[in-house]
Ligand binder design. Structure first.
Ligand code: UDP
Ligand code: MG
Length: 188
């Protein structure tokens, strides 16, 4: 099973991905987490992407596609992948379809977490206080939202045309949203 958790920054993708990992044993593939880990470790990749992440811009398609490609065997062995924060552009989505197709696999469902902007900004500002992520300043948060609407939201019609899009209300409690995701995934 390959699931994309889709939605703007702060919509709860990472939180809900971790719940799916715990409940279903699938593997969370978060390109954001991978890029942050590379940055924290100071690898060559980390140094290349640091300024891009800190500004809230998108790392190149080539880099994130390669990060995902490397992790597909592990997800396959676990019986499923939860793509969290990837794909972020139509080119990335096409590349993911091709990579999975080569492995006789496919994206099974795309769960879109719907949350209004005011709530997103509130959540991210709160997370900044708790976790101190350098890209959680108000200025960068606003840019990340702009990048989302400009470059990532065009994926919604892409997934919809494939018949894979399942919209879920992301404004409830963590348990409520988890229940809505489970219902969307298990509905035939
Ligand atoms: N990022 C990116 N491509 C990805 C994932 C992350 O360019 O596929 C960069 C981008 O700069 C983004 C940051 O990493 O703003 C944080 O991404 P993450 O998905 O962790 O943020 P979230 O949307 O969950 O707040
Ligand atoms: Mg995230």
């Amino acid at each position: 099973m390959n699931i994309i958790l889709f939605g703007p920054p702060g919509s709860g993708k990472g939180t809900q991905a971790k719940r799916l990992v715990a409940e279903r044993g699938w593997v969370q593939l978060s390109t954001g987490d991978m890029l942050r880990a590379a940055k924290a470790a100071g690898t060559e990749l980390g140094q290349r992407v640091a300024a891009i992440i800190d500004a809230g811009e998108l790392v190149s398609d080539e880099i994130v596609i390669e990060l995902i490609r490397e992790r597909l065997p592990e997800a396959e062995a676990a019986g499923g992948a939860i793509f969290d924060g990837f794909p972020r552009t139509v080119a990335q989505a096409e590349a993911l379809d091709a990579l999975l197709g080569e492995r006789d696999s496919q994206v099974d469902a795309v769960v879109e977490l719907k949350v209004i902007d005011e709530e997103l900004i509130q959540r991210l500002v709160k997370r900044a206080e708790e976790e101190g992520r350098p890209d959680d300043t108000e200025e960068v948060i606003r840019n990340r939202l702009k990048v989302y609407y400009d470059q990532t939201a065009p994926l919604i019609p892409y997934f919809d045309e494939q018949g894979k899009l399942k919209a879920v209300d992301g404004m409830g409690s963590m348990d409520e949203v988890a229940a809505s995701i489970a219902a969307a995934l298990d509905k035939k």
